[in-house]
Design a protein around this ligand. Structure first.
Ligand code: ZN
Length: 149
């Protein structure tokens, strides 16, 4: 079949030892070995906290809580990334299934997969590993807090 080797060069590139040093074993497995956390086991699968989800590897903002919805799958699910450029998608034919893998466009971290069975307005379901992302809660503007008190 002659599958072309993936020779993508990401803006953030570290060698294997650096990633292992920076990440927990679980984070390394998911993001660098394209692992999948067990459903209902990862961080933030049911989080409703307003905020931004950042790549655990390079801190790039990837998704916002406004686009998160309860897909019932046990993984954090979004109907779109923060910007179309934030993530890269590529064909994944492992496990004898045709799926589309979603990776961080900044460092190539494996995030999860996207499926065409999501809600409006996009119809896309970005099924992510909570392990691959860090939720940074939105902090209210100090001025607003003072005005309310
Ligand atoms: Zn990244």
């Amino acid at each position: 079949m002659g599958k072309k080797k993936d020779d993508t060069v990401w803006p953030v590139t570290k060698d294997d030892a650096e990633w292992r040093n920076q990440l927990t074993p679980k984070q390394y497995h998911v993001t660098r070995e394209a692992g999948t956390e067990r459903a209902f086991s990862g961080p933030n699968w049911d989080a409703k906290t307003p905020g931004t989800y950042h790549c655990i590897c390079c801190n790039e903002p990837l998704f916002v809580s406004d686009t998160k919805y309860d897909s019932g799958t046990g993984w954090p699910s979004f109907f779109q990334p923060i910007t179309p450029e934030a993530v890269a998608e590529r064909a994944d034919n492992s496990l004898f299934m045709k799926r589309t893998e979603v990776v961080c466009s900044n460092c190539g971290a494996h995030l999860g997969h996207v499926f065409p069975d999501g809600p409006p307005p996009t119809g896309q379901r970005y099924c992510m590993n909570g392990t691959a992302m860090r939720l940074e809660p939105t902090t209210p503007e100090p001025a607003d807090t003072q005005a309310e008190n």
